[in-house]
Design a protein around this ligand. Sequence first.
Ligand SMILES: NC(=O)CC[C@H](N)C(=O)O
Length: 255
Amino acid sequence: MAVVGVLALQGSYNEHLAALRRIGVRGVEVRKPEQLQGLDSLIIPGGESTTMAKLANYHNLFPALQEFVGTGRPVWGTCAGLIFLANKAVGQKSGGQELIGGLDCTVHRNFFGSQLQSFETELSVPMLAEKEGGSDTCRGVFIRAPAILDVGSDVEVLADCPVPSDRPSITIASGEGVEEEVYSKDRVIVAVRQGNILATAFHPELTSDSRWHRFFLDMDKESDTKAFSALSLSSSSRDSQDGSKNKPLDLPIFE
Ligand SMILES: NC(=O)CC[C@H](N)C(=O)O
């Protein structure tokens, strides 16, 4: 059976583990470098990226995480996890923070503003519907969310969303002082894929729609001949576990 690691330093790792359980996949908590060995793939959850980086440093996890991403095994970052995977992050606390990197994009850490500007919206995700069935939208739960300002040529954009009209202008502390941040486009990128790296600025693990978790597991199958026993679930049992088909998307999802 495929073993999916979930970085369990801080943030919504329990919700990811529960989402994996709902589709019959074993997730294991990762807190130490040696726990990355033997994993088929890794999820880096949302939370607070500066705190998570401090804890990752404390446990000397960065070299092992960078090596894991370098092996090409699937890695999915949600929210703070997206920030961790970006090659470049802006809007950081002064002094910045260490990143794992690997995803060729620039991310703004708190693009949509403070915790008070958290929101939910329906996102158009035709790719997800095409690959995993169901509706061509998904519920996007954005909690003091980052967004992706630009991407490299190898990065596929999976979803974007309108920039809220009440989005506050944000100042960025840089080495030279404080800069006003300007974003002039009316839409912003919130989900991308680059090879085996998946990143979402929102939290699919907080909804009952399992399709992002399925899509993540399917990525490895696509690029590798390894078979996930989780995916040998019959289509009827998969359908019966797919909250997006059988009931409205409910929040919150806790177990
Ligand atoms: N929900 C989240 O993961 C928020 C991430 C947050 N913006 C950060 O900087 O870490």
